[in-house]
Design a protein around this ligand. Structure first.
Ligand SMILES: *Cc1c(COP(=O)(O)O)cnc(C)c1O
Length: 434
């Protein structure tokens, strides 16, 4: 069994997280329950920052808040000195409500509305990552109307698609995001942006994929971007202050996954950027990165109560839990894989293989296929590991299931940071026929 961070086994033989018994947590807060190991989030954040600090490289590590955006989480990110990416008015609103320092907020997205851009400008956030010509013009218009300056990055697509185990070089990227680097769009956007005096163009941004285990894709992206920066220095007299290489750093969901540590990703990126920059005699830009999954993914555990089961003789045994695709849609959406144990007997030898089903009315509502487990008893608690990213943030009320509570644990203390939804909450916005 692989345990993450401060997860382990206590003297009762139960699963323990942050010094607290998982069974006690399930009893106190109910199930399903998202539990976060706060110490592990801090460790990941520090890991990303450490290499920059040691090498004295100016940097921002921006938490991509779409992975898990709640007020307490954003306050934790602030405590750890992270910056923040938001991709919608709602995420920005959450950041403002959390009191997140506005100058460290970056706004992403391929279709920001006028209202969202105005909200960003009115709140004087750190920068807007401009994605397309429509947005460039809209932002220009709003800056004129408001007679205000704005810091921007241009999002470019470098023609690299990075996946878990490989990367693909594409001449022209078929993506809804960003200005293409190869076909001249990026250069056209940059020269247009540089002509508008209300834009302070800080630099360029790219994001090449997600759940990436190797550094090759990041290094190639850095190379493509810096080559262009060299060209643009000569042609447009533009020198980037910021090189943002995005997020996508992988984590370990199952034993097949072998990610690097945050420190290792960053160290290799720094090395490559330094060497490229010096080979072109450019000045060293700030390096920004945007980890989402890798900051919060492996610190989250979901606790479920086990309920009904069904044997299909000779085929499989289904074991149902009191949640499912409503609190974790990733298996249904991406065939994502997870590991799990019974929290009240995590070390007991497995004596059967079961498949964990959710309780939603969808055959595709399965959480784990073919999980080895010991014999289950009534009231057993299943702990699914590594659910901290894109779990709660993608949760939904399908079948009108109330969304679970979220609890932070650290040093033997727990704190409720998101309340469990009630049935009342479910009908809060409904209006009667007359
Ligand atoms: C989603 C996203 C991220 C974070 O991706 P992870 O895989 O969660 O690290 C970072 N930057 C941008 C622009 C994104 O869209």
């Amino acid at each position: 069994m692989h345990f993450y961070g401060s997860t382990g086994i206590n003297s009762k033989g139960n699963l323990e997280i942050g010094g607290l018994d998982a069974i006690d947590l399930a009893r106190e807060y109910g199930t399903p329950l998202y539990v976060y190991d706060v110490a592990l989030i801090r460790e990941r954040a520090r890991g990303f920052k450490q290499a920059f600090d040691e090498q004295k490289v100016q940097a921002q590590v921006a938490y991509a808040s779409k992975a898990f955006s709640t007020i307490a989480m954003l306050q934790l990110a602030e405590e750890e000195g992270l910056s923040l990416d938001v991709v919608s008015g709602g995420e920005l609103y959450t950041a403002l409500a959390a009191g997140f320092p506005v100058e460290r907020i970056h706004f992403h997205g391929n279709n920001k509305s006028r209202e969202e851009l105005e909200m960003a400008l009115e709140n004087r956030i750190g920068c807007i990552v401009v994605d397309n010509f429509y947005e460039l013009n809209l932002l220009k218009l709003i800056c004129n109307e408001k007679n205000t300056m704005v810091k921007i990055l241009l999002r470019v697509t470098p023609g690299i698609e990075a996946h878990t185990h490989d990367y693909i070089l594409t001449g022209q990227e078929d993506s809804k995001f960003g200005f293409d680097l190869q076909n001249g769009q990026a250069e056209e956007a940059l020269s247009a942006a540089l002509q508008f005096e209300n834009f302070d163009v800080l630099g360029i941004h790219c994001h090449i994929g997600s759940q990436i285990f190797e550094t090759t894709g990041f290094l190639l992206a850095a190379e493509k971007l810096i080559e262009k920066l060299n060209k643009w220095k000569n042609k447009l007299s533009f020198e980037a202050k910021v090189l943002n290489l995005g997020g996508g750093f992988g984590i370990r969901y199952t034993k097949e996954d072998e990610p690097l540590l945050p420190y290792q990703y960053v160290s290799e990126i720094i090395k490559e950027v330094k060497s490229l920059v010096s080979s072109f005699s450019l000045s060293m830009p700030e390096i920004w990165i945007e980890p989402g999954r890798s900051l919060v993914g492996d610190s989250g555990i979901t606790l479920y109560k086990i309920g009904s089961s069904k044997e299909v003789p000779g085929v499989r045994k289904y074991l149902a839990v009191d949640g499912g695709m409503s609190d974790n849609i990733r298996p249904a959406l991406y065939q994502a894989k997870y590991e799990a144990v019974l929290a009240n007997k995590p070390l007991e030898k497995a004596d059967e293989t079961v498949s964990i089903a959710g309780k939603c009315c969808e055959s595709g509502d399965m959480l784990i296929w073919d999980l080895p487990l010991p014999k289950q008893g009534d009231e057993d608690i299943l702990a699914v590991f590594c659910t901290g990213a894109y779990g709660y943030s993608m949760s939904n009320n399908y079948n009108r299931l109330p969304r679970p509570a979220v609890v932070f644990v650290e040093n033997g203390k727990s704190a409720l940071v998101v309340k469990r939804e009630t049935y009342e909450d479910l009908i809060r916005l409904d209006l009667p026929l007359k």
